[in-house]
Every structure is written in structure tokens, then in C-alpha cells.
Design a protein around this ligand. Structure first.
Ligand code: HEC
Ligand code: HEC
Length: 396
């Protein structure tokens, strides 16, 4: 038995070093010495034990080295993810990528998720209101990057997970107008999907849950961290121009008119290095609301006119802006915050009272300040994201 114990310890050690062959070789070598002086039954027992331990540890080794695990890489300054990342599998992500780009997911086979979430626009589309199979939606498409760090989805935050979100646009009458049961029949007829689902899931079945998980897993892998601002955060302080740095300072500074400290206070809401917030707010776009935002979902009067605070990463390529795409340019957005805040009961308390002028009701930035904030926003574009192969259309 002590031999077996030593053998197990040795085996774990070598397996850990990934030199399984050497480990087995050494065992056989030691064993050949021991076997010399043994009686026949003892020899048999030792051999059986050896074969069993080998099988046992070989299987542990194979399980622990699951080739299908997706390695999720992101910068440490993003902080911990909110959604679970330990379940990501390469085969599921691959399936999700096909589904995301497949127009056959819509009722009349003309629209895919990627029609409204196009890679070259950081997974948004250039229309104010996105076009689905039955005309225009009521809202502007949202950029799909770094979604693992979000705890709510849609402008009104009505979905809490991406798995929950994924089946909504497929069934939505305007967006993709697809009946899920018919979709299962359709996908079952396509050999590519039979193969991909079988590879991705143990039960090998094409189900609604599996469709949702696969699309969600693909979306989770879309990490955007290749902008010049990321290089700056990684320590290269010279990568931003003086104007961009000035814009960043204004972006993160709360103005104080009495002391003359100038700022724009954007990071009160567009916070952290992801430039978003796990929160809903009213940023003063309207006094009366055509779209009630979160209020429509929660039925709480205080939530009328509140929307999810979006991330500003890649903002230069995701025009037009806001939940209804009302602003075509970043100049228009900055003019809104500078002197266009509208009062309403739910307007964020940060806004109407944050000003560079005493008694001001908006920021009152000057044109050079607006220019430098826009310069900073332009440094948030991750060009590598816009054509990265692993997020692109797999049918091309
Ligand atoms: C017709 C255009 C269109 C199609 C097709 C479409 N989307 Fe969207 N997507 C939108 C719009 C518009 C919003 C914002 C809607 C809202 O807030 O009510 C949105 C929001 C989202 C969000 C929320 C992002 C966030 O940060 O809150 C996710 C995730 C998403 N879509 C994924 C998908 C997936 C997956 C598919 C395919 C199954 C898909 N979309 C199909 C237009 C579309
Ligand atoms: C009180 C919180 C708050 C502050 C402060 C704030 N924002 Fe926003 N921002 C929001 C919310 C909420 C939205 C989404 C509103 C909507 O669409 O109805 C938004 C939307 C935006 C958008 C459009 C994003 C998109 O994807 O369409 C841009 C650009 C933007 N903000 C830039 C800024 C800048 C620049 C500043 C500073 C001058 C700033 N914001 C300050 C809350 C805030």
C-alpha cells in the first residue's frame, strides 16, 4: 500500500506538470524492480492496482483539461464581471455566432440579430429607429460590447440576463416576427445546426433554451478593450493628445461655479472604466414623455422618463444617439448637456443644478470645452473590435 500511495502522489505531481508519459514511464521502471522479488499473487495485485490508478488519473487529467472551455480574457481595470463567465464553452460560442448572423432566425428569413447590431458600428446600426421585418422599431439599437459587466438589458433594463433577452427580439412582431416552435422545426432541417447543437450540448438537442444560451454566450465574448483610452489606462500616458486629456479631465470633474472649477461631470453617470452605470436615470431630454422608459415596465411614477445609462465606449461609431436616436452627432449631445436640460419630476438631481455658471440650469460649457470632450469621446473607439474575425459573420 505505501507503494500505491507514493505512486498516486507521484502521478498527481507529474500529471500536474502535464508530463503524463514520463510519469507512466517512471512507474513502470520502479515497478520492474519491485516485481523481481515478489510472489506471483502479489505481482498480480500490484499490476491491477497500477492499471486502475492509471485509468483513474488519466480520466481526471482529461476532465480537468476540457478542450472546450472558452478562455475569457479582459483587462483587470474592467473589474469583476457581473454575469457568470465560468460556463463559456467554445462550441456553444461558435454556435451562437452562427445563430446571431443567421437571417433564417426571422419569420421571413430577411433579418438577423446582426442586421441591427452590425460589427462595423460596434454592434449597433446607423438608423435612428432600427428596421425589422415589419418596419421600424420604436427605439435606437444598443451597442453590444462588454455585456458581461451589465446587470440589465434594453433601454428600460427589462431583461436581467442575456439568456432571457435573446429570445425576445426573435419573437418580437416588428423585429424578427418568428414563432419559436416553427424555428425549432426549421433549424432541425439544417444539417449545419444539427452538427453544431450536437457538438455544443450533451443532449444534442435543438431547444429554445439552447438557442438562447448559445446567442448569449457569443455576445458575452464580445469584449472591447482596444481603444487608445485603454492604452492610456494601461499606463501609456502619452497616447492621448493634450486636447483629449483636457476632455477627460472635464468629463470626470464636477463643476463648481463659486470656485471657478470647470467640468462636465459626465462620469457621475458614465462611470468606471467601462463608462456606464448599473442604473437608470433621466438625463433631461424631455419634459413630457412619448416613451415612458422604465416607467412603462415598473409602473412606478418616479421611473417615467428614466432609461439605462449606456456605455460610451465606441460612441464615435454608434450614431445616432439616445434611446430614440434623436441626436445625429456628438456635438448635438454635448449641446444638450451644455444648455438643453429639460426639467421634469424624474430628472436626475445631478443635472439641472450642475453648472459652470452661478445659478445655471445646465452645464454651460464653452465651445473649446465641448470640442475637447468630443476629442476624448473619439479616443474611446476600439478599431480592432470593428473587424475582429472572431466576432464577424461566419457565413462569409
Ligand atoms: C430590428 C432590429 C433589431 C434586431 C433584429 C435585433 N435587435 Fe437587439 N436591439 C434592437 C433595439 C432597437 C434595441 C433596444 C430596444 C429596447 O431598449 O427596447 C436592442 C437591444 C438589444 C440588447 C440590449 C443591450 C443592452 O446593453 O441593453 C441586446 C443584448 C440585443 N438587442 C441583442 C439582440 C439579439 C441577440 C438579437 C437577435 C436574436 C437582436 N438583438 C435582434 C434592435 C434589434
Ligand atoms: C445623470 C446621469 C448622466 C449624466 C451626468 C450624463 N449622462 Fe449621458 N446619458 C445618461 C442616460 C440615462 C443616457 C440615455 C438616455 C436616453 O437615451 O434616454 C445617456 C446617454 C448619453 C449618450 C448617448 C449614448 C447612446 O448610446 O446613444 C451620450 C453620447 C452621452 N450620454 C454622453 C454624455 C456626456 C458627454 C456627459 C457629460 C457632459 C453625460 N453624458 C452626462 C445619463 C447621464
Amino acid at each position: 500500500m505505501p507503494f500505491l500511495f507514493i505512486s498516486i502522489r507521484l502521478h498527481i505531481f507529474y500529471t500536474y506538470l502535464s508530463v503524463l508519459q514520463i510519469s507512466i514511464g517512471i512507474h513502470i521502471f520502479i515497478l520492474s524492480f519491485l516485481l523481481f522479488n515478489m510472489t506471483r499473487p502479489a505481482k498480480c495485485k500490484v499490476l491491477v492496482c497500477l492499471v486502475l490508478t492509471c485509468i483513474l488519473f488519466q480520466s481526471f487529467y482529461l476532465i480537468s483539461k476540457d478542450e472546450d472551455v472558452y478562455t475569457f480574457v479582459y483587462p483587470s481595470y474592467f473589474g469583476s464581471t457581473i454575469q457568470k463567465k465560468d460556463t463559456l464553452k467554445k462550441s456553444v460560442v461558435q454556435l451562437g455566432r452562427f445563430l446571431f448572423y443567421d437571417k433564417r432566425l426571422s419569420g421571413n428569413n430577411t433579418v438577423s440579430c446582426a442586421s441591427c447590431h452590425q460589427q462595423k458600428f460596434a454592434f449597433t446600426d446607423p438608423k435612428a429607429l432600427s428596421e425589422g421585418v415589419n418596419g421600424a422599431t420604436t427605439r435606437n439599437s444598443i451597442s453590444l460590447t462588454n455585456l458581461m459587466w451589465h446587470g440589465m438589458y434594453f433601454w428600460d433594463g427589462r431583461s436581467k440576463t442575456l439568456e432571457e433577452q435573446a429570445l425576445i427580439p426573435i419573437q418580437n412582431k416588428i423585429e424578427m416576427d418568428q414563432d419559436l416552435d416553427s424555428l425549432l422545426v426549421e433549424l432541425n432541417r439544417i444539417p449545419l445546426y444539427k452538427k453544431l447543437f450536437a457538438k455544443a450540448y450533451v443532449d444534442k438537442k435543438i431547444t429554445k433554451e439552447h438557442i438562447a444560451t448559445a446567442i448569449a454566450q457569443f455576445e458575452k465574448t464580445i469584449v472591447s478593450s482596444g481603444s487608445r483610452f485603454d492604452q492610456f489606462l494601461s499606463g501609456d500616458k502619452e497616447v492621448l493628445t493634450e486636447e483629449e486629456k483636457k476632455g477627460y479631465v472635464l468629463f470626470t470633474t464636477i463643476p463648481d461655479a463659486r470656485t471657478g472649477k470647470r467640468g462636465a461631470g459626465c462620469s457621475l453617470c458614465h462611470s468606471s472604466n467601462l463608462l456606464h452605470e448599473q442604473n437608470i436615470r433621466n438625463n433631461g431630454l424631455d419634459s413630457t414623455f412619448k416613451d415612458q422608459g422604465v416607467g412603462d415596465i415598473s409602473k412606478n411614477h418616479d421611473d417615467i422618463g428614466k432609461f439605462k445609462v449606456p456605455s460610451l465606449r465606441n460612441i464615435a461609431v454608434t450614431a445616432p444617439y439616445m434611446h430614440d436616436g434623436r441626436f445625429q452627432t456628438l456635438e448635438a449631445v454635448l449641446n444638450h448637456y451644455s444648455h438643453g436640460i429639460k426639467m421634469s419630476p424624474s430628472v436626475s438631481s445631478f443635472l439641472p443644478y450642475m453648472s459652470n455658471m452661478e445659478e445655471g440650469k445646465s452645464l454651460q460649457l464653452d465651445p473649446t470645452e465641448i470640442k475637447s470632450i468630443i476629442a476624448f469621446l473619439n479616443s474611446l473607439t476600439d478599431k480592432s473590435l470593428l473587424n475582429k474575425k472572431e466576432y464577424s459573420n461566419p457565413f462569409d
